[in-house]
Write a protein that binds this ligand. Structure first.
Ligand code: NAP
Length: 479
């Protein structure tokens, strides 16, 4: 394991917080302190902003090929260091090593994808309908960006924003979640090694998010906010962006329906459920939150899912053979406990799990609840834990109405062998993404994002870079 980076990264230099403050980073599997990192305040934010603003003009002028090659080198370095990055991520976040390795590959792929997009930023020219005026259209970087990321995918949520920002020619300040700053700092080290010029990426770790971010958003020099996190915080940040009309991308919370029809292949549906529910211990915005199962197959689906969930091995993510690591912290686990208790009080049956184990670490067992009341709190709250809540339905119209009866619209899952029905229900779901007979939708080449209160804009895919570019049109009359 190489040295763990723990200072702020500003203007290409590693520095302490101006007031010398530090904050602890805990291992959720033991509750012990892993490391301390710099805890930035408003003064550090101003320094990071100045570095990003100063670097912007020269960075915007660099050749797209040069930006592309930095991303390509960083992609390769990340892959070469898969094991050490996976260990770092597991130790600060808890996910099992196999999943952490998967995230390293997923995160690296955003850099490869956007290295390919950097050299394909299109423009255009043409004759306007009057036949006299010409139009020259170019695309230019939006300017210095603030990128705010959550703790659940510490590396991939960073590369999904940094990749397109670099490709587009934007400079940036990254503020990672305080629970998982180490992966972001490691990423900054890798980008520096890959040749990223000083000031293009600045990383500010802090326990004082509001103090650091609000002046940046209200100050008028940051031109773009790309945020991934909860809908509640997203709303607050949108309001902060309003005064200076900062452009925003918002990847917010979800409340994914997982719909199983009676003509589904139940093996495929249970496999899909294991991924859609258990990836990242259920701590994913894409996690299936509400399982709607057609009445004729509900009992069998519940039995099979409970059998698979009950066979998972829970323990520290670094231990061989572990499938389910700890939840992020005691607050996250207490929320899961409360939601399960509420569902049980309202009549849900516990098919497996449901009881917090004794001992250190924030562990919670894979849990399946059947006969969940639609009134239960977990129907309109992101569970963010390994709990599958099953409800039954009788027909297609009814399930679509119930699935859409939520302010969120990130992703939905549909299991049926009927192509007509699969497409009809997918199109009827008010979501940005659908897994049709699959529990996994995330892919760097596909546009990721939601509708309704799940967000604004898309990350990844051909359109991911658009979020960091503005159009400029030059009108030229030909005399
Ligand atoms: P969160 O509490 O909203 O925090 C997300 C980030 O915002 C953290 O870095 C947090 O730092 C920061 N933050 C909080 N208040 C802030 C403020 N006033 N000003 C500036 N920054 C602020 O969410 P989380 O608990 O970390 O992550 C889980 C949520 O993220 C879930 O809702 C999940 O669905 C969502 N998510 C969405 C996607 C997607 O692509 N749609 C992907 C992953 C996760 P502090 O912790 O220091 O406050």
């Amino acid at each position: 394991m190489t040295e763990v980076l723990n200072q702020l990264f500003i203007g290409g230099a590693w520095v302490d917080a101006a007031d010398g403050a530090t904050m602890p980073v805990d291992d959720p599997a033991t509750g012990e302190i892993l490391s301390h990192v710099a805890d930035a305040g408003a003064k550090d934010a101003r320094l990071a902003e100045e570095a990003a603003v100063q670097a912007q003009a020269a960075w915007a002028r660099t050749a797209p090929r040069a930006r592309s090659e930095i991303l390509r080198r960083a992609h390769e370095i990340i892959l070469e260091r898969t094991d050490e990055l996976a260990h770092l991520m597991t130790s600060e976040m808890g996910k099992p090593l196999a999943e952490a390795r998967g995230e390293v590959a997923y995160a690296a792929e955003f850099f490869r994808w956007f290295s390919e997009e950097a050299v394909r930023i299109d423009g255009g020219c043409g004759t306007l309908p009057d036949g006299r005026n010409r139009m020259f259209l170019s695309r230019r970087p939006v300017g210095p960006c603030l990128l705010i990321t959550p703790w659940n995918f510490p590396l991939a949520m960073g590369t999904r924003k940094i990749g397109p920002a670099i490709a587009a020619g934007c400079t940036m300040i990254l503020k990672p979640a305080p629970q998982t700053p180490l992966s972001s700092l490691a990423l900054a080290g890798i980008l520096k090694e890959a040749g990223l010029p000083d000031g293009v990426l600045n990383v500010v770790t802090t326990s004082r998010a509001g103090e650091v971010c609000e002046p940046l958003l209200r100050g008028g020099r940051i031109r773009k906010l790309s945020f991934t996190g909860s809908t509640a915080v997203g709303r607050l940040l949108l309001a902060q962006c309003a005064d200076t009309v900062v452009r925003t991308s918002m990847e917010l919370g979800g409340n994914a329906p997982f719909i199983v029809f009676d003509d589904a292949d139940l093996d495929v549906a249970v496999d899909g459920a294991m991924v859609a529910k258990m990836r990242n211990m259920g701590e994913a915005c894409t996690a299936a939150n509400r399982f709607f199962v057609h009445r004729p197959v509900a009992e069998e689906f519940g039995r099979r899912l409970a059998e698979r969930m009950g066979a998972l091995v829970v323990g520290p993510g670094t231990r061989d053979g572990v499938d389910v690591g700890p939840l992020i912290d005691t607050v996250g686990r207490a929320k899961v406990e409360e939601l399960v208790a509420d569902a049980v009080e309202r009549g849900a049956q516990v098919l497996v799990g449901g009881r917090t184990p004794e001992g250190p670490g924030c562990f919670y067992p894979p849990t399946v609840l059947a006969d969940v009341s639609p009134e239960s709190r977990l129907m309109d709250t992101e569970i963010f834990g390994p709990v599958a809540a099953i409800l039954t339905f009788d027909d297609e119209d009814e399930v679509l109405r119930r699935a859409n009866d939520t302010p969120w619209g990130l992703v939905g899952y549909v299991f049926t062998e009927g192509l007509d029905r699969g497409l009809r229900v997918s199109e009827g779901l008010e979501v940005g993404m659908v897994g049709l007979n699959t529990g996994l939708v995330s892919n760097p080449a596909a546009p990721f994002g939601g509708v309704k209160q799940s967000g604004l804009g898309r990350e990844g895919g051909r359109v991911g870079i658009d979020e960091f570019l503005e159009y400029q049109y030059v009108a030229v009359p030909v005399r």
